[in-house]
Design a protein around this ligand. Sequence first.
Ligand code: PLP
Length: 380
Amino acid sequence: MIIKPFKEPIYVTRPFLPPLNEYADGLKEIWDSKWLTNNGPVLNRFSKELCDYFETENVCLFNNGTLALQIALQGMGISGEVITTPFTFVATTHALTWNKIRPVFVDIEPDYYTIDPEKVEAAITPWTTAILAVHVYGHPCMLDALTDIARRYNIKLIYDAAHAFGTKVGLKSIAHFGDMSMFSFHSTKLFHSIEGGMLIFPETGFKSTFNYLKNFGFKNEVEVVMPGTNAKMNEMQALMGIQVLKYINEIIEKRSKITKMYRDCLKNIPGIILPPPLPAHIENNHAYIPIEVIEKEFGMSRDALYEKLKLYNVFSRRYFFPLICDFACYQGFPVVDPLDVARGVANRILCLPIYDGLDLNDVKMICEIIREFQTGKNLL
Ligand SMILES: *Cc1c(COP(=O)(O)O)cnc(C)c1O
């Protein structure tokens, strides 16, 4: 069989969009209220719904995840050095450098690609004030080990949970671990509000600080209590968030079928490796489909596969390559850890398309294309 390219491009992700009439009805309310931003009624409704969803009182919303993280670090008074992973999106590290905090990169573990607790402990110095770990691809970090280290060294534990909306550990949301969790609601993420960000934290006292920091430090009309920035979520964003939240269970359900299809169809292709299934007490949110390409067995490098898939109109992404420490703006930071695992993974990793509207037959076909590359049968 000669496989033909897809007629329409298949991207690594597509945002879920609620029915247009539902969004239009919501817009009508915003038009009537003439309240577009600054802690409006829709934002407050969204915030309450998120409190219910995450079973917490402490939710703070922002116009994007990057500013949420920057404000979290500043509001918590983090300084000096923070131990973090080089295998993430650049915004994780940028949030540190914007706060004049030195990132200390350590290696990841090879199964789920989250930060390696042993490496974290080895990198602690008198200047270390926090660990900034990432639930990369929605995979929970090694929570117990990190909690233990943070407690023993009296440092803060902050999670970049940008990928982890909907991930649960023992029926509890991933948001309930550590001193702080940041979620991104960017359109490319599993759950979105066009753009948006959220902090969830156990310490209620942070709430007013974050509210000041995201609104220029205003306490009231005449008092400014800290040099804040502008990081407020607006009403149109909040409206999108409310409407996507209504469908979140359906979205995750559809994605779980896609994951299953990929797992079934990619198994037994030499040189294609998927992360091991998550342990039974963890509920996967199916945010990404990362695979590793072992060139020797697959017969083609990751980069070659990435390019070849494009010929079939399939647009995968090399999340996360290069490592953050290899970007020009971070090359000046000394890296003590050899980062052997992270370097290897960054050279082999490829994220395949997944979104709620992706047809299961198309998933099957993408896997078939990959299989034929391996057997060398494919003609394109
Ligand atoms: C998307 C993302 C961010 C940034 O979130 P924005 O809402 O796009 O600002 C931070 N960290 C990780 C790991 C991300 O994937």
